[in-house]
Design a protein around this ligand. Structure first.
Ligand code: HEC
Length: 126
């Protein structure tokens, strides 16, 4: 699809940093960055994200407390706060309370490497 780049310079810049400009759209579509999606899927199970979230491809991840993470790779925003890209998604998973103080999603003590792999998996869902 042809999209108007001129309206979204800031968004475009973010997409370029995260994705080497492989796709452009308003608002920016995410692309998986670095990280290991298969490991991310295992970590989602281990951290128990599925008790609150429905996550396709992860056993018993059918929680309804938080929003479903279905098709997350096609989402424009993380928690309605940050443009969806690998870096912002990692940041959210590591420390949601710093992105949105008081959010119902708790800090789960996910380290940066684990958060990066989890983000990589979620961004494969589209
Ligand atoms: C105690 C329940 C709970 C757990 C456990 C939990 N979350 Fe969440 N999560 C939430 C809630 C509630 C929201 C909505 C927050 C908001 O929008 O302010 C959320 C939002 C999110 C979002 C943004 C969703 C959107 O639609 O933009 C992502 C991504 C996410 N969580 C990933 C994870 C991952 C990965 C884990 C495991 C490491 C996890 N969550 C564990 C409750 C939880």
């Amino acid at each position: 699809m042809r999209r108007n780049r001129s309206l979204w310079p800031a968004a475009l810049a973010l997409v370029c940093v995260a994705t080497a400009c492989t796709r452009v759209s308003p608002p920016p579509p995410p692309e998986a960055g670095s990280g290991y999606p298969a490991r991310g899927a295992q970590l989602i199970e281990q951290y128990g994200c599925g008790s609150c979230h429905t996550v396709p491809g992860v056993d018993r991840a059918d929680g309804l407390v938080g929003p479903p993470l279905t098709r997350f790779g096609a989402r424009s925003y993380v928690a309605g706060e940050l443009p969806n890209n690998a870096e912002n998604l990692r940041h959210w998973i590591e420390d949601p309370q710093s992105v949105e103080p008081g959010t119902a999603m708790p800090d789960l003590g996910v380290g940066p490497i684990d958060a990066q792999d989890i983000a990589a998996y979620l961004l494969t869902l589209d």
